[in-house]
Every structure is written in structure tokens, then in C-alpha cells.
Design a protein around this ligand. Structure first.
Ligand code: OGA
Ligand code: MN
Length: 301
């Protein structure tokens, strides 16, 4: 039996946002006509946690495509079977545990800073889906994924701060990861031309949600806010990072094998919680649903 309305168990995760969905096999979502109900849940809760899945890469891709077009990753070397699958792992494709200084592990450290996926694109992604293949044992510290609701972060800024950020933008660029971790190999000119720097408003206006506003910025695709002098831009950026880190509207997901977590990149940021990469293996598989429109700000028509 597989029916989102009749059989699935849907439960709050922490009261703020996010729902867990149990007793539902996402590999059969295309067979049943459940997508409208899932879309409703997604719009309302921003994070869906599907427990106890058993998904091949192909099945994950099929489920992802029910939500929109698959997004490509800008770098071929992150992928295994296809450019649309990102292996979020400190383990090689052949199954070898990699040290924390291995390039593939260092890529995971870029994910330990607050971000929303592919903010470096002119049209950033709509949603990401991350599936757990190998997880940390219960006693190990870290390894969770944390999410913060950016509607709430915006709402809780002081009126003064809201006025200050109203017309500002941030430049997001893929290569910023290399600024943080210069030991990563340089991207090639083809990759560079595919993901040039883009500017997005700091205040994102959601037309599909009656014009409600969220803060839109990242810590791993840039380190300053534009339109002001360099040191003011850096300190405003740091203030926003602190507002996100200190937010009460946070969801921390501790992974179990077989979890599929899907989140809304339009209104959340997320990060991986650091863990001891040399001692523990962690293998997740990500697919991404491409966005449909650029980020609109208070002054976009
Ligand atoms: C990602 C990501 C977080 C994690 O795959 O986009 O940010 O916990 N992952 O690995
Ligand atoms: Mn991410």
C-alpha cells in the first residue's frame, strides 16, 4: 500500500517547520497520484523527511523529476554516474574511506557553511533531495544537517536593519569555495564560464506567497554585501551570519540510513555539522530540482 493521503504517517519535526513522512515509499510516487499533496506539504513545511527508503540512484532521479527539471552540477569531478548526482561523501566511488584532507572531503567542508544550493546561479535551485546511504553511529558527534527558516530570520531583524538591507545585493560566485579552501583544484575555464558571478537581492520577495519576504544570502558563495565599502560589506555579512546561527527557527536532522530529506532552497539555508571525517564514513546522495525564476527583490518589477 502506498498512498500519501490514506497510509502515510505525517508528523511535525520541531513545531517550527519540517514534517516527517513515514510509511510512504517514494519510489512509487509516480505510480500513485500523490504529487499534488506532497507539493502542498512542501510549500507549507519547507522540509520533508521521508523515513526508511530504499532508493537506487535511478529511482531517486525519477522521484526528483516529478518536481521539475534536474539541475546539473558545475563540476564533473563531483559526480559518479551522471552530472545530476552529487555524491556528498568522504568515501570514494569505489568505497574507500578518504582522509579529511582529500579533495572530495574538502568539498564537503564547503557545505559546512550556511548556504542555499546553487545560489551562484542566476536562477538558483528550487529544491534539493539528499538520501542517506551510510551514516555516523549514534554515539558520534556531528554529521547532522541543520536548516534555518529565512522568512523568520528576516521577520526578526530590527526595523532599522530591515531598512538597511532593503535595497542591497550580494554577489554570489561558485569560485568562492576556492577562496575558503585554496587547496581545492582550480576550476577550468569551461566551468568558470558556466557559472559567472551573479548578484541577488538580500531581501527575497516571494510572489507565490503573497509577496512575503525572506533573507537570501549565503556564507559559502561570498563573504560580503555589495553596494557599500568593503569593510562595511564584510561586517554586515558577518552580522547576517550571526542572525542565522542564532535563529530559533532551526531544524537539526540527525541522519538514519534510508532517510530522504527534501528541502526548499528558496526560503531556507542549511549546513552540514562538522564531524570527525577521519574516523567516520558518511555517504549521502544529492539530486537537485532546478529553479524556475530569478530571485526577486523589493525593487524587481
Ligand atoms: C548539500 C549539503 C549538507 C550535508 O548536499 O547540498 O549542503 O549535511 N549537504 O552534507
Ligand atoms: Mn547544500
Amino acid at each position: 500500500m502506498n498512498n500519501i493521503n490514506k497510509n502515510a504517517l505525517i508528523g511535525d519535526l520541531n513545531g517550527a517547520f519540517g514534517v516527517s513522512i513515514d510509511k510512504y515509499d517514494v519510489s512509487r510516487a509516480g505510480v500513485r497520484d500523490d504529487i499534488p499533496r506532497l507539493k502542498q506539504l512542501f510549500d507549507q513545511h519547507h522540509v520533508l523527511v521521508f523515513k526508511n527508503q530504499n532508493l537506487s540512484e535511478k529511482q531517486q532521479i525519477e522521484f526528483t523529476k516529478l518536481w521539475g527539471s534536474l539541475e546539473n552540477f558545475p563540476e564533473a569531478d563531483k559526480t559518479k554516474d551522471s552530472v545530476t548526482t552529487y555524491h556528498v561523501a568522504n568515501v570514494s566511488a569505489a568505497g574507500d574511506h578518504l582522509s579529511e584532507n582529500h579533495t572530495q572531503s574538502v568539498f564537503q567542508k564547503v557545505n559546512q557553511l550556511w548556504h542555499t544550493d546553487s545560489s551562484y546561479r542566476f536562477i538558483p535551485s528550487f529544491a534539493s533531495l539528499l538520501y542517506a546511504i551510510e551514516v555516523l553511529p549514534n554515539h558520534a558527534l556531528g554529521g547532522e544537517t541543520e536548516f534555518v527558516d529565512m522568512f523568520s530570520v528576516y521577520k526578526n531583524l530590527s526595523d532599522e536593519k530591515k531598512a538597511a538591507v532593503e535595497s542591497l545585493h550580494m554577489v554570489h560566485y561558485y569560485e568562492y569555495g576556492r577562496r575558503i579552501f585554496p587547496q581545492l583544484p582550480a576550476i577550468n575555464s569551461f566551468e568558470r564560464e558556466n557559472v559567472p558571478p551573479v548578484s541577488h537581492p538580500l531581501v527575497r520577495v516571494h510572489q507565490n506567497r503573497k509577496g512575503s519576504r525572506s533573507l537570501f544570502f549565503t556564507e559559502n558563495a561570498g563573504g560580503e554585501v555589495s553596494g557599500m565599502d568593503h569593510s562595511s560589506g564584510k561586517s554586515l555579512h558577518a552580522e547576517l551570519v550571526a542572525a542565522v546561527s542564532g535563529s530559533h527557527y532551526k531544524l537539526k536532522h540527525r541522519w538514519s540510513k534510508g532517510d530522504l530529506v527534501m528541502w526548499d532552497n528558496r526560503c531556507l539555508v542549511h549546513r552540514a555539522v562538522p564531524y570527525d571525517m577521519n574516523n567516520y564514513r558518511r555517504v549521502l546522495r544529492r539530486t537537485t530540482v532546478a529553479g524556475k525564476e530569478p530571485v526577486r527583490g523589493p525593487f524587481s518589477s
